[in-house]
Ligand binder design. Structure first.
Ligand SMILES: *Cc1c(COP(=O)(O)O)cnc(C)c1O
Length: 363
């Protein structure tokens, strides 16, 4: 039966998440599965976050702090921004949705690059709003000139993931600064820095430092990746207090649970864990990439905790072959990349298993 719900949802293709390890094991009757499909932290959650969450369990009968005072206070001081410049989300995904809901009027459009994070497209489509996507360059980078050219008076919202997902490529400091200065004032630019903590390039920009460049700019970060708290669902946005104020009007009162707030606050102090996550990722990236290349696969240089890999064979076949051996990755055929997979950088042991499986099945 169609025709009785908001029509934006008739055509909406829902987000397809990576399957949980337990489900893959169950369905394929596999004894062990490694998940390199969702860019989670392979070293687990921050130990300080876990300890703080245990301590907080006895207050679970109370509603959370609707404003997130402790977490926002700590973030404000760490980032050198005002308290009123921060909004917390149920993952940064919630803020992406909220931006589309609050900003896009019926005749206004959202602009983004393709391939990039599908949540941007879904957020605008759920609102029934127009989406304009600009292809990446042949070397998988943002085509900043083409993005500027695509802006019309009706372009309200622009999403840029830096580093980009699923490519791992990044926009350097000078180019991004120049772009943000040339972008017409009426466009709200959102810099999604979900992988900020992993980036090692000397010219990788810190979006927070770019905030003074324009009023209509928001930086998104998350506790889901380097802090190891994807299951807690905490992300945040930083921007001009005006924009943040409107986003607060749209948010559910208790959008971030108390255990999640406590865990994220503690994780911010866990500099040992963060450093370990970053260094181990960089070390494994340096080891894995040449090993994949030595097998004839094409690997895009990445600043994140995943790599985009061309197996030169149909993505669904490669995905299925790896899955039968208990390794899950993310096939990219749905992103118009017919022979590519996105693979999360795992622990040394996981990466060795990936390479062994690739050799065993002759990919
Ligand atoms: C993983 C990821 C996020 C994080 O989403 P959460 O809702 O915070 O878990 C945001 N943006 C991009 C590009 C990502 O890859």
């Amino acid at each position: 039966m169609t025709g009785w719900v908001n029509e934006a949802y008739e055509a909406l293709q829902p987000y397809v998440p990576g399957k949980p390890v337990a489900q893959t094991k169950r369905e394929l009757k596999l004894a062990s599965v490694i998940k390199l499909a969702s860019n989670e932290n392979p070293y687990g959650p921050s130990p300080k976050a876990m300890a703080a969450i245990e301590q907080a369990l006895s207050a679970l009968h109370d509603y959370p702090d609707a404003d997130g005072f402790d977490l926002k206070t700590k973030l404000a001081s760490k980032l050198g921004v005002g308290y009123e410049q921060i909004i917390l989300g149920n993952g940064s995904n919630e803020i992406i949705e909220s931006l589309a809901r609050v900003l896009l009027r019926p005749d206004e459009a959202m602009l983004f690059a393709n391939p990039s994070f599908v949540a941007y497209r879904l957020a605008a489509q759920a609102m029934g709003r127009r989406v304009i996507d600009i292809p990446l360059t042949p070397d998988h980078r943002y085509d900043l000139e083409a993005l500027l050219q695509a802006v019309t008076p009706k372009t309200k919202l622009l999403f840029i993931a830096n580093p980009n997902n699923p490519t791992g490529t990044y926009i350097a400091q000078a180019a991004l600064r120049d772009f943000l200065q040339r972008l017409p004032e009426h466009v709200v630019a959102v810099l999604d820095e979900a992988y900020f903590e992993y980036a090692t390039a000397a010219d990788y920009p810190n979006g927070i430092e770019l905030l003074p460049l324009r009023k209509r700019l928001m930086v998104l970060r998350t506790f889901s990746k380097a802090y190891g708290l994807a299951g807690a669902r905490v992300g945040y946005g930083v921007g001009h207090a005006d924009l943040v104020g409107y986003l607060h009007r749209a948010k559910m009162p208790f959008n971030v649970g108390s255990l999640s707030q406590v865990g994220a606050t503690a994780a911010l102090d866990d500099t040992d864990f963060l450093l370990h996550s970053k260094q181990a990722n960089a070390r494994e990236m340096q080891r894995l990439v040449p090993q994949l290349a030595a097998r004839g696969l094409t690997v895009v240089p990445s600043q994140a905790n995943f790599v985009l890999v061309d197996f030169h064979k149909p993505a669904s076949d490669v995905f299925a072959a790896l899955l039968r051996q208990g390794v899950t990755v993310r096939p990219m055929d749905g992103y118009g990349m017919a022979t590519w997979q996105r693979i999360t950088i795992g622990t040394a042991e996981q990466n060795d298993r990936l390479l062994a499986v690739i050799d065993a099945i002759g990919l």
